[in-house]
Design a protein around this ligand. Sequence first.
Ligand code: MG
Length: 332
Amino acid sequence: MEPRVARFAGSLVGQALGDALGFVVEGQGAAACAAHVRAVLRPPRSAGWARAPHATGQYSDDTQLARELAASLVERGGFEPADYARRIAAIFAERRIVGHGPSTEAAAQRLALGVPWHAAGTPGPVAGNGGAMRVAPLALVYADDTPRLHAMAHAQARITHADPRCGAGAVAVAGAVVAALQGRLHDAPAICAPLAAAVQRDDPVLAQALRTLPAWLVADPADAAVAIAATGVDGADGRFGIAPHVTPSVLWALYAALRHPGDYVEAIATAIEPGGDVDTTAAMAGAIVGAAVGLQGLPHALAVTVHDRGGAGFDALCGLARELAALAPGRP
Ligand SMILES: [Mg+2]
């Protein structure tokens, strides 16, 4: 596999596997999530974990909607928000969605009723992570055009989430994926400073936290988790893990990825250990670190288990990666 295709596949499959691993304990507390990490990742195990009624490797809405974004990019030859919105509406209308968020579901219902993509998003102050969790394929294709990528990251988030903080979170995840693709995920200060500037207007709390993130990276993960869980969420103290709010969940995914930029398994373990919305934190961390380490850097026996009710598994995601790489500028 060509190195660039391997990074694209590492991101798509890395997101699916992180999502699948986190989905088993989604919404549970730190003790249950840390026990799950010990059982399935230390050492990695390719069987014996699943969330009923699904089989081992089932991924959830995070990856389903990232996959639909990738498929839309390939089919339309670039980002067309109306086409992506149609796909979001369809996956809900056809009851194919697995483990969805309330803002995305409400927006999908508005889309199905004919509301245009730019007016369908659930308004603030609800600010879920639905726009950030699915943005990675855009970063793969538009890595060489930062202003355009940021505009597209906001636009795809707005389809379901109208609060500008949701777009800011998507910009942060996209920026980390670009850094990973370019082989510079180990340089946290150089990643965080421009991302902080890019999100300053739409989420000043996220911007300030991004400036603090390099310091958190050298702190104990338990202390960093308490601080990050409380960021942007009134009253949160980390006892219930990382909330599905965009600001702390994006920050925790970045923390996990930047703390272990060359070690996919440790990044996913870190993403899941504090508990909370861990399918999404692990999906985002997996998309980032997967782009850094490439497909060969994922635990292969686990990577080949990913699927969506028996379809759209490892081979299909690798095929999508090939098609995205053919679409992206900069191919040799
Ligand atoms: Mg999910």
